[in-house]
Design a protein around this ligand. Structure first.
Ligand code: HPA
Length: 271
């Protein structure tokens, strides 16, 4: 793994000479954020040694390098999901690459189903914790200490400092945000009504099929993380009947401008 990561990093460095400070992973229907970046380089995943190739509708499959304000950013347009059949090592490989390109802060967005009864479709939720119920763990197996420790402290998966900053920005920009706990399941089915109820009983506010593996691996390498979720459907008896991939993409697209502003400002005004 170490050698593969370094090979990919060296390829990208040779090709771009770019050193990103921020990494961004864009969720379903949220890929338009790339338009906010003053793009300097764009590399399709298919060109990158050791990179998996993205398959899901709504995911373009490239790494974008450029500027937000005076910050250097790398964005993944299209992420890898466990339900597509990738191993957890493949799902999280780009995060390892980001780290050795220079990224210190990782910003992750996703679409999720809400189970908190105070949420509505279109809400923007700042994640402050997660519950990992994915069936495979990205750190299972041999631990390479060059990346990080065997037993990783997960008391602050999402940086309190970045959460506080994002909340300030939300107030300044007049963007209504909620906060919450994200529970990760493997998918690809949306949840049954009983499963949504389980998610709620377990203490989460929303449920999705991504993000948690990337955040675990980022924390393994001591990167600071910020996670934001768009509630695209409600996992209650009213919402559960209509949830579909199209509905998810549409609801995400409606909330997208606000999510973009939030992420853009968080980066532009950051350290
Ligand atoms: N469940 C799981 N993943 C999701 C959902 C959901 O309701 N909405 C968007 N992604």
């Amino acid at each position: 793994m170490w050698n593969k990561v370094q090979e990919t990093v060296n390829y990208i460095k040779a090709k771009t000479g770019f050193t990103p400070q921020y990494g961004v992973i864009l969720g379903s229907g949220l890929g338009g954020f790339a338009d906010d970046i003053t793009i300097e380089h764009s590399l399709p995943y298919s060109e990158l040694p050791n990179f998996p190739v993205s398959t899901v509708e709504g995911h373009a499959g490239k790494l974008i390098f450029g500027k937000i304000g005076d910050k250097n950013v790398v964005a993944m347009q299209g992420r890898f999901h466990y339900y597509e059949g990738y191993s957890m090592q493949e799902v999280t490989f780009p995060v390892r690459v980001m780290k050795y390109l220079g990224v210190e802060k990782l910003i992750v967005s996703n679409a999720s189903g809400g189970v908190n009864s105070f949420y509505h479709v279109g809400d923007i939720v700042i994640l402050y914790d997660h519950i990992n119920l994915m069936p495979e763990h990205p750190l299972r197996g041999h631990n390479d200490e060059r990346f990080g420790p065997r037993f990783l402290n997960m008391s602050e998966p999402y940086s309190h400092a970045l959460i506080a900053k994002a909340k300030e920005i939300a107030v300044e920009q007049g963007i209504d945000v909620k906060d919450g706990i994200y529970l990760a399941l493997q998918g690809p089915t949306f949840e049954t009504l009983s499963e949504y109820r389980m998610v709620k009983i377990l203490g989460a506010d929303c449920v999705g099929m991504s993000t948690v593996p990337e955040v675990i691996v980022a924390r393994h390498m001591d990167m600071e993380c910020f996670g934001v979720s768009v509630i695209t459907d409600m996992g209650d008896s009213d919402g559960v009947g209509s949830v579909s991939h199209d509905e998810v993409l549409q609801a995400a697209a409606l909330a997208e401008p606000k999510v973009r502003t939030l992420i853009k400002e968080l980066i532009a005004t950051g350290e």
